[in-house]
Design a protein around this ligand. Structure first.
Ligand code: TRP
Length: 451
């Protein structure tokens, strides 16, 4: 198990976990979900889910991982003392692999846009930008090629264990992403007609709150926090004993939420300005952002050109730190449980995800007949994982920690053997035992029309 040690410093691993959380979930998925679910009221539900359910869920996975000191399946077994709980680990590994498959499609789109920005092909009027997306994503090979290239890049990082380099890079690049987002927020909010978009994101219309939008907010919160696939549990197995778990979870949740809101403040004002419907789905950022760069900085073409390149480069990087974390769940499992060399187990995950990626890319492009239950394979994978598997995984992690792990273990993990956070112990335990599982159960039953 020599590999277990190779994961950076104390700060490094927390940064890596933040890197896992911050990604396309914030900048691509959050705006399009918000757009489809009524704007501000979705944002409010989302924030509620992050803080009431997300933080307790993150803490549960952290405690399981750090105490279990093993891959997901083994950690669940160790911490519970029962083999049956391994299945929660298996569920997580399966979910993480499916997510990685379709996530790579979108990461591939970002790569295409980075390439197109460099060659100056994203610049044109609103119709041109829309057509560009449709014709690129409808191509038989281009989206597939970029997706697979992205998976290979992920594979390479996971196998080589060059994560220390990645951690250092994230330390520098994450602040640049923040600064660039702030600049874009200001630029976008100053566009003519931006107010309508700002109102959409910030002025709630409670009539738009439905049981389905509640489920989507829950799924989006878990997706964005990387919660529910044992991804956080796997990363926490590399945490040092002196990391304050409550502090780490709160900081990551806050940062993650801020970045999502900023992305919303870039996209919606711009969409309102160019007359793009906020509910246009997964293509939303790809048909909106090029307009932002152009309209806001178009007076100085060289500036528009540079901003666009920088933004997509940062986006690709943010996606990579997330895909690494998804890949690691399965890679750690196969190498430790099946006693395979790390390289081999990584290839298993890369091959499986590449297959999912290719089929998903085609299902929203060249081969729309690839459908399950009346929706494209890509939408199906997205909805099944975010709306069912992630909440289920998060709920099971909470149930395990709340009801089956000895209280002294929970206390010692939560307070680092009585060093800090004692004052929050009871309230957090209450959230883990009751609030989180019951709320998720309620949302499920509500969606099914039972309550
Ligand atoms: N949270 C990441 C994002 O917002 C995506 C992600 C990484 C993820 N690891 C995960 C989602 C594990 C679910 C489960 O882009």
């Amino acid at each position: 198990m020599a590999e277990r040690g190779n994961f950076g410093s104390k700060l490094g691993i927390v940064l890596a976990t933040a890197g896992s959380a911050v990604g396309l979930g914030n900048i691509w998925r959050f705006p399009y979900m918000t757009g489809q679910n009524g704007g501000a009221v979705f944002l409010l539900t989302y924030i509620g889910c992050i803080f009431l359910l997300g933080i307790p869920g993150m803490l549960s996975e952290f405690m399981i991982g750090r105490h279990g000191q093993a891959n997901a399946a083994k950690a669940y077994e160790k911490v519970s003392g029962s083999r049956a709980w391994r299945w929660v680990g298996y569920l997580g590994i399966l979910t993480g692999t499916v997510i990685l498959g379709f996530y790579a499609v979108v990461a591939g789109w970002c790569c295409e846009y980075l390439y197109a920005s460099v060659t100056g092909k994203t610049l044109g009027d609103a119709d041109y930008v829309k057509d560009y997306f449709v014709s690129f994503s409808g191509d038989l090979w281009r989206p597939v090629l970029w997706g697979v290239v992205f998976l290979l890049a992920t594979h390479f990082v996971v196998v080589r264990g060059v994560r220390k380099g990645i951690e250092k890079a994230s330390k520098r690049l994450m602040p640049i992403l923040m600064v660039l987002l702030i600049i874009l927020v200001v630029a976008s909010c100053m566009l003519p007609g931006a107010m309508e978009g700002i109102r959409f994101l910030l002025q709630p219309d409670f009539s738009k709150l439905t049981s389905h939008s509640m489920l989507e907010a829950l799924g989006q919160a878990f997706f964005s926090l990387s919660l529910g696939t044992s991804c956080l549990c796997t990363y926490a197995s590399y945490f040092k004993k002196n990391i304050n778990l409550l502090q780490a979870a709160s900081q990551i949740a806050l940062l993650d939420t801020l970045i999502a809101i900023m992305a919303g403040l870039v996209i919606f004002p711009a969409a309102a300005t160019v007359g793009i419907n906020p509910d246009s789905g997964p293509s939303l950022i790809f048909i909106t952002l090029p307009n932002v760069f152009q309209q806001a900085f178009g007076g100085i073409p060289a500036l528009a050109y540079m901003v666009s390149i920088l933004f997509y480069a940062l986006l690709v990087f943010a996606a990579l730190t997330s895909t690494i974390s998804m890949h690691e769940i399965g890679t750690a499992f196969f190498s430790e449980e099946m006693h395979l060399p790390r390289q081999k187990s990584a290839w298993i995950i890369t091959a499986a995800t590449a297959l999912i990626c290719v089929l998903c890319a085609w299902s929203v492009g060249a081969k729309p007949e690839i459908q399950i239950a009346g929706v494209s394979l890509m939408d199906f994978c997205d909805q099944l994982t975010a709306n069912v598997m992630l909440p289920l995984g998060g709920m099971l992690a909470c149930l395990l920690v709340g009801w089956f792990v000895p209280k002294t273990t929970v206390y010692n993990e939560f307070t680092n053997d009585g060093q800090h956070n004692q004052q929050f112990y009871h309230i957090v335990l209450f959230a883990i035992r009751y609030v989180c599982p019951l709320a998720i159960l309620f949302v499920f039953l509500h969606q099914l029309g039972i309550v």
